[in-house]
Design a protein around this ligand. Structure first.
Ligand code: DAT
Ligand code: MG
Length: 134
């Protein structure tokens, strides 16, 4: 069994597709082990996205991710990291395949609805950041 951190970003919450995203996770056979609606402070957002600190879009990304409530969850299952990334689709929603969350619901790279950890190392780091007591 593997765990991954999933975020439904503020754009997903604002557009009322939290249920849709959770439904896709559940239909796939993945299990929720923790979930919380919360608004990130800038420090947590910067730590979460620290690998992108030198990218030109970093400040805008931090502003976006702290701009309203998001849903953070820990999702568990067989190859959960890869399984959720497949459900999410490519980072750029225009090229994300139809049938994926990003492919079905988004058009702009920043407003791409969801985050999913990209490796076992990232998953462990991100789960600790969001759910230190887990
Ligand atoms: P992913 O979320 O698919 O893991 P990433 O880790 O490369 O993608 O980037 C993190 C987030 O940053 C991504 O979900 C949206 C934003 N982002 C990535 N590339 C971008 C770009 N060229 N311009 C603006 N935002 C970008
Ligand atoms: Mg990433």
């Amino acid at each position: 069994m593997e765990r991954t951190l999933v975020l439904i970003k503020p754009d997903g919450v604002r557009r009322n597709i939290v249920g849709e995203v959770i439904s896709r996770i559940e239909r796939k056979g993945l299990n929720l082990v923790a979930m919380e609606l919360r608004t990130l402070d800038a420090d947590t957002a910067k730590t979460h996205y620290e690998e992108h600190a030198s990218r030109p879009f970093f400040d805008s990304l931090v502003e976006f991710i702290t701009g309203g409530p998001l849903v953070a969850m820990v999702v568990e299952g067989e190859r959960a990291i890869e399984a959720f990334r497949a459900l999410a689709g490519a980072t750029d929603p225009v090229t994300a395949a139809p049938g994926t969350i990003r492919g079905d619901f988004a058009l702009e790279v920043q407003k791409n609805i969801v985050h999913g950890s990209d490796s076992t190392y990232s998953a462990e780091r991100e789960i600790k950041l969001f759910f230190p007591d887990l």
